[in-house]
Design a protein around this ligand. Structure first.
Ligand SMILES: [Cu+2]
Length: 436
């Protein structure tokens, strides 16, 4: 019998190894049953947990003598960052990031880790309080998990909060290839938010035209990702007006990211250290999430379409050349023809700014290299959004049903509440201006 993620979730799971391995191979291997829904099946994808992992899913578990058993499989697969950009990545259970593990403070967990890579790995449970030998540092806390081997990690969860897992063996390569996941521990007795989103910040050096991330890159990354996706392939976050929303953000990239949400002053309410007492909350609109850190933010949702993005402006861009000369203000007329004799198809750009880039790529007359993305992308109700990496939209609606995560479309602004054109004359008005 071929078991799938869905019938596993519906309780058809038998042996742990069988079920998870089958969930792995999804609809590819079996022929006894019709093709099963994959992770694009919305309800199935999120049924195992309370947290909404953007573009992701939570890992089902089974109970075995009072222990919650999970099974992670480290492996290689093809991953799509956004339509037009795919790569061979490494991760867990068929995806990067791996599935989110959700459990409750006080749980005893046993996590099987099968290594289907061609090199040794381990998993470090980032931020968890556990016995030293379960900490997952290859060579220090345990022998490494060799290709083909399965190890079991077992410990009791003595805390709650937003945490991560990632390899601690050939770490630079394995993380650069996409190996990471969220580990969320709910407080006993539950908590009070209406929507609970989670995402990991990461970066990939997928050079235009190539098929594998380059692990040697330290700073000039091509792709800046939320849960290994780039805008506009990142799901919007959705809420009903007045709902309490939490967004959990973890950073396993190689940069610190000032994460910014429009439209509200959010409370910074927690971290790896759990949900802080309210006396420690801070009102912010931008919160830096440092490398290796977690931050939880919460707010009461206000109707509108609100940008949620990293404030490093290069991190909201798709792949770009970092070494090109500055063309701002440079009259390139005449130069284009000369360069085209050497570089057919060359297009002079950037004299007045870069926003023309999206028009050129959208219209198709500036094709990029194979398997790459435009630097700017996304269409809004008023035109090009000109974003590309760590960006998505928080969509809050008065009539979004509780628990409904479907995209409500663009916000319909109340009459008289949209910025509007009042003149097309550059000399309009008499604004005070600085002299001298
Ligand atoms: Cu950033």
């Amino acid at each position: 019998m071929k078991l799938t993620r869905r019938n596993l979730l519906l309780g058809a799971g038998a042996g742990l190894v069988t079920t998870t391995a089958a969930a792995q191979s999804g609809g590819h291997a079996g022929h006894a049953m019709p093709p099963a829904p994959d992770t694009t099946d919305e309800p199935a994808r999120h049924r195992a947990g309370k947290v909404r992992t953007l573009n992701g899913w939570s890992l089902p578990h089974r109970m075995n003598g009072g222990v919650k058993e999970f099974h992670l499989v480290a492996e290689e697969f093809e991953h799509e960052f956004a339509p037009g950009s795919k790569a061979i990545c490494w991760g867990y259970n068929g995806g990067t990031p791996g599935p989110t593990i959700e459990a409750v403070e006080g749980d005893r967990v046993r996590i099987f880790v099968t290594n289907r890579l061609k090199e040794a790995t381990t998993i470090h449970w980032h931020g968890l309080i556990l016995p030293s030998g379960m900490d997952g540092v290859g060579g220090l806390s345990q022998p490494k998990i060799q290709p083909g081997e399965t190890f079991a990690y077992e410990f009791t969860l003595k805390q709650h909060g937003t945490h991560m897992y990632h390899p601690h063996a050939d770490e630079m390569v394995q993380m650069a290839m996409g190996m990471m996941g969220l580990f969320i521990i709910h407080p006993r007795g539950g908590d009070t938010v209406d929507r609970d989103y989670a995402l990991l910040l990461h970066n990939f050096a997928l050079h235009p035209g190539t098929r594998r991330p380059d692990p040697a890159v330290m700073q000039d990354f091509d792709l800046w990702t939320f849960n290994s996706k780039v805008y506009p392939a990142i799901e919007p976050m959705v809420a009903r007006t007045g709902e309490r929303v939490r967004i959990r953000v973890g950073n396993l990239s190689m940069w610190n990211h000032p994460i910014h949400l429009h439209g509200v002053q959010f409370d910074v309410t927690g971290s790896d250290g759990g949900r802080w007492p309210a006396s420690r909350w801070r009102k912010e609109v931008t919160e830096i999430v440092g490398v290796g850190q977690m931050r939880d933010i919460e707010f009461d949702a206000i109707a509108g379409d609100w940008a949620f993005h990293c404030h490093m402006s290069h991190h909201t861009m798709g792949p770009m050349g970092h070494e090109i000369p500055n063309t701002l203000g440079v009259d390139q007329s005449g130069v284009e023809d000369k360069i085209r004799r050497m570089l057919p198809g060359y297009m002079a750009m950037g004299q007045h700014g870069m926003s023309e880039h999206q028009e050129h790529t959208d219209s198709g007359h500036m094709p990029g290299p194979e398997n790459t993305l435009a630097m700017m992308a996304g269409k809004g109700p008023f035109g090009n959004i000109e974003m590309g990496g760590m960006f998505t939209v928080m969509k809050v609606r008065d009539h979004q049903a509780p628990g409904d995560f479907s995209d409500p479309g663009w916000y319909v602004n109340p009459p008289g509440t949209v910025a509007r054109r009042v003149s097309t004359d550059p000399a309009f008005g008499a604004p005070p201006r600085r002299r001298g």
